[in-house]
Ligand binder design. Structure first.
Ligand SMILES: Cc1ncc(COP(=O)(O)O)c(C=O)c1O
Length: 385
């Protein structure tokens, strides 16, 4: 048996690797605290769980779901987008439910990338942009996100030849892993660039609802003309503590939504209807649970900020996301600092270089850990330095 070349050349998935390290340390008896993966520890709100339980008992929901998601779910998505971003979408052609946004992000490349085509992806960035490109036979072209540019890509630095060959550009604000945010001005620049070079813009807005200090993240599609060139991926995972449920959606450009839908109908069979009903409950809720989570994360962010200041480590206080992007101390690399923290403090952090070469010199700390464990992890890191 021989594995396909496209699999052989794939890097291992970052968090699968981190999970292995955690398991190994725990087997050695170490009380490991993970500040690695962004995965809420608080439960899904009970009003969402109640709907799932009720709908799971309805035999109507035990059959194959609709390939394009339930109309009721698409209506809830449309209402959410109208209320939240003042955006209007056609229920049948501009909204596509996804089995988590990761699924849609991975599949969009199959819809637009032929072997050898270029994708423009953020560096550092969510690893699926790179892997999705490789699985489709494309060539990822990194757009460095640098501190001096507020972690926004400098579109003027992209070589004209590269831009001409590019088919997709991924952007992601609020950003994972840097936690940077983008203004509508930057989104306007991205729309002009995409129009000039005939590129599909995919905006990953997985953290649009997790923001602090009154900051309200915009949608890329709020920009005039954005729907001509782009789609936006949204996720219920972080917003409603539903990472394990696997539900999200894409909205925007009709041609792109149709293409992604065509890939998906040939590969998967949609989202369990009971989960879609639960998703409707989440999207149509008062959003109070989201506000409570943001208040909790803001407190944790302040705890992390105070500890990092005591340790004299450089970082930007996040306005959004559940991540803090931290410069490693002098003399360390991302990897050596992450290893130091694991060996000496029993704490897992994500090495920045795992998100792309421009992530070198950083680590990412997640806020999705219980307060007491977070405090203990920070104290242990402080003692290890
Ligand atoms: C930037 C970004 N996009 C997408 C996802 C995937 O989210 P989902 O659970 O909807 O697949 C994540 C998850 O961590 C993420 O950080």
């Amino acid at each position: 048996m021989k594995q396909a070349q496209r699999i052989v050349s794939l890097p291992p998935y970052l968090f699968a690797e981190i999970d292995k390290k955690i398991a190994q340390k725990r087997a050695e008896g170490v009380d490991v605290i993970s500040l690695g993966i962004g995965d809420p520890v608080e439960p899904t709100p009970s009003y969402v769980i109640d709907v799932l339980c009720k709908q799971a008992r309805n035999p109507e929901n035990h059959r194959y779901p609709s390939y394009f998601g339930m109309l009721e779910f698409r209506k809830a998505v449309a209402c959410f987008c109208k209320k939240r971003f003042d955006l209007n979408f056609n229920l049948n052609s501009e909204i596509l439910p996804l089995i988590g946004s990761k699924e849609g992000i991975a599949h969009i490349f199959l819809a637009f990338i032929d072997p050898g085509d270029i994708t423009l992806i953020p560096d550092p960035g969510y690893p699926v942009y790179n892997v999705g490109t490789l699985l489709a036979g494309g060539k990822p072209h990194y757009m460095p996100l640098l501190s001096k540019n507020d972690f926004l890509p400098d579109l003027t630095k992209i070589d004209t030849e590269v831009a001409r060959k590019a088919k997709i550009m991924f952007i992601n604000y609020p950003n994972n892993p840097t936690s940077a945010v983008a203004s509508v001005e930057f989104f306007k620049e991205a729309v002009s660039f995409a129009k000039k070079y005939d590129i599909l813009v995919c905006h990953d807005n997985a953290y649009s609802e997790i923001a602090y200090d009154g900051y309200v993240p915009p949608s890329f599609l709020e920009v005039s003309g954005a729907k001509d060139v782009g789609i936006e991926f949204q996720s219920l995972s972080k917003t409603y503590n539903m990472t394990g449920w696997r539900i999200g959606f894409a909205v925007g450009n009709e041609m792109a939504i149709e293409a992604l839908g065509r890939v998906k109908t040939n590969i998967d069979s949609g989202i369990f209807n009971a989960i879609q009903y639960a998703g409707i409950a989440a999207l149509e809720s008062s959003q109070d649970s989201v506000k409570q989570m943001c208040a909790l994360y803001a407190k944790r962010r302040d705890t992390v900020a105070a500890a990092l200041n005591r340790m004299d480590l450089e970082f930007t206080t996040p306005k959004a996301t559940i991540y803090v992007w931290v410069k490693v101390p002098e003399g360390y690399t991302s990897e050596s600092f992450a290893t130091h923290v694991l060996e000496k403090a029993g704490v897992v952090v994500s090495p920045g270089n795992a998100y792309g070469p421009s992530g070198e010199g950083y680590i990412r700390i997640t806020l999705s850990v219980k307060d007491e464990r977070l405090k203990e992890a920070l104290a242990r890191i402080e003692n290890s330095l």
